[in-house]
Design a protein around this ligand. Structure first.
Ligand SMILES: Cc1cc2nc3c(=O)[nH]c(=O)nc-3n(C[C@H](O)[C@H](O)[C@H](O)COP(=O)(O)OP(=O)(O)OC[C@H]3O[C@@H](n4cnc5c(N)ncnc54)[C@H](O)[C@@H]3O)c2cc1C
Length: 468
């Protein structure tokens, strides 16, 4: 047996960094492990060209310490992924978190010893560490991985959800982008013109609204910093956890704001989706790509774009509708479609979404008392704890809000603070274990409702938990 700790945190992204700091602030011995080679979580993994926030930067911050907001300044209204990653590195350095973070180290197993009331956590390098609590800040697994039908491609295959820190270099190369979700919307206009040619192999389209991004100087930063107290007090109680919730008003005006205000926080009305579809068709100016890129369904996800549709007006950007002509074979020189057409490529980019799917803890073999597997557990209390698994907390499990409908810094900061408080309350009551006893409701009505329910649970003395 290796070291003995109070808490093992798995993950060093937005949730893990907040958890490490807040738990440490309660005087606990905490260590965080991450499989990645640096802090940052999904911002480290998804460093593809064009990766960017759809949330305005001023809301995408931690509000537990004012100096973090005062001493960090976003350079744009919607910061790029590399700037978000730099911010998380700044947070780790400023709060001196790195001394308790072990990088490049996947956690592969965690098992609970009932007699000692402790978890034993094992890493892929074979080390074990003991802890009273495990806090899983593992994020959500990207949706089902895109797979090519064969691996005979002579060029490079790369995934947006596993983008290597350096490269690949796309300049002057023929790039095929498979998938047409947010990652493709962000990537294609960014690499068009730099790559020799780009071909989008489109699947289900998403609705896009042109992002109105502005540079931020000291004036804009001072303006949002002056709102610190107001933002800290209000964000956790809004439907989205952000400052960009759905607003009543003229659709054309909201569209012109170039943000998520048009649809975020409430399902978009038919009037909104009709407006967006019409605008997309007008931007494309040609019915052929519109038939592929404009979603037919009102339920299609919406995202912000910067020249995605216009890219298809370029001679060096091509479009293939995989719904009509699927990939039939992977050849050394490229992709062959069912129609027999062969697209010669140097690089294939598989675009994967970043925030949908089962909790990533699925990658860890978790065994509770009696050897019970977490994978078989029926549900959670507010996504934070699972009946049958004492002293284990999670952040990314349902029904916690996801980035499809929420600002994740708000959600994750709240969860980390809630977990730290639950442990502190347990210790204050002289207890050893805290375990969810009944799985709660499967849905929550936005961030405000989620936060209120978590708060009620703690204020009422944790009625959904057994503490002993
Ligand atoms: C391109 C892009 C755009 C986005 N835009 C927005 C946006 O506009 N607004 C918004 O709110 N959110 C957005 N998101 C979602 C973003 O993921 C969240 O905002 C937030 O970063 C999630 O943080 P997290 O800590 O919960 O999870 P993650 O960032 O996913 O971090 C989880 C960490 O856990 C580690 N981990 C998992 N399993 C293990 C294991 N077994 N052992 C060791 N380590 C493990 C992973 O390596 C990872 O580093 C975006 C994400 C991307 C990639």
């Amino acid at each position: 047996m290796g070291d003995e700790l109070d808490v093992v945190v798995i993950g060093a992204g937005v949730a893990g960094l907040a958890a490490l700091h807040l738990l440490r602030s309660h005087g606990l011995r905490v260590r965080a492990y991450d499989a990645a080679d640096d802090v940052g979580g999904s911002w480290w993994w998804h460093g593809y060209p064009g990766s960017r926030l759809d949330t305005e930067g001023h809301a995408y911050q931690y509000f537990f310490a004012e100096d973090l907001v005062r001493d960090w300044g976003w350079s744009e209204r919607f910061p790029a992924g590399y700037e978000v990653l730099r911010w998380l590195r700044f947070v780790a350095d400023r709060l001196d978190l790195r001394r308790d973070i072990v990088l490049s180290t996947p956690v592969v197993a965690a098992s609970f010893d009932e007699e000692r009331a402790r978890w034993t956590v094992r890493t892929a390098h074979g080390e074990t560490v003991g802890a009273r609590f495990v806090v899983a800040c593992t994020g959500l697994t990207p949706g089902p991985a895109l797979e090519l039908p064969g691996d005979g491609f002579a060029g490079t295959v790369v995934r947006t959800s596993r983008w290597p820190e350096k490269g690949p270099d796309l300049a002057g190369r023929r790039v095929g982008v498979v998938g047409s979700g947010t990652a493709a919307v962000q990537l294609v206009p960014r690499i068009a013109g730099e790559a020799a040619a780009v071909t989008l192999f489109a699947r289900e389209p998403v609705a896009v609204v042109p992002r109105v991004n502005t540079m931020y100087g000291w004036r804009e930063r001072d303006a949002y910093r002056a709102r610190f107290a107001e933002l800290r007090a209000t964000l956790p109680h809004t439907p989205t956890g952000g400052d960009d919730g759905h607003r009543a008003g003229d659709i054309a005006e909201l569209y012109a704001d170039g943000s998520r205000r048009l649809w975020f926080g409430a399902p978009p009305s038919a009037a909104v989706t009709t407006h967006v579809r019409a605008a997309m068709t007008a931007r494309l100016g040609d019915p052929a790509p519109a038939a592929v890129l404009v979603p037919a369904s009102d339920d299609a996800p919406m995202t912000l774009d910067a020249g995605f549709l216009e890219a298809f007006g370029r001679a060096d950007v091509d479009l293939v509708d995989l719904r009509a002509d699927p990939i039939a074979a992977v050849r050394a020189e490229g992709l062959e479609l069912a129609s027999g057409a062969v697209h010669e490529l140097d690089v294939v980019v598989l675009t994967e979404e970043y925030d949908a799917g089962p909790p990533a803890l699925a990658g860890v073999e978790v065994r509770g008392p009696g050897g019970r597997a977490l994978a078989d557990a029926p549900g959670t209390v507010l996504g934070l704890a699972t009946p049958g698994f004492p002293n284990l907390f999670t952040t990314a499990a349902a029904p916690a809000p996801t980035s499809r409908d929420a600002v994740m810094t708000t959600v994750r900061e709240h969860q980390a603070a809630w977990i730290a408080r639950a442990i502190r309350d347990l210790d204050a009551a002289g207890g050893t274990t805290i375990e969810a006893v009944v799985a709660g409701a499967d849905t929550v009505d936005g961030v405000g409702d989620y936060v209120a329910r978590c708060e009620q649970e703690a204020a009422a003395g944790y009625p959904s938990f057994r503490r002993s």
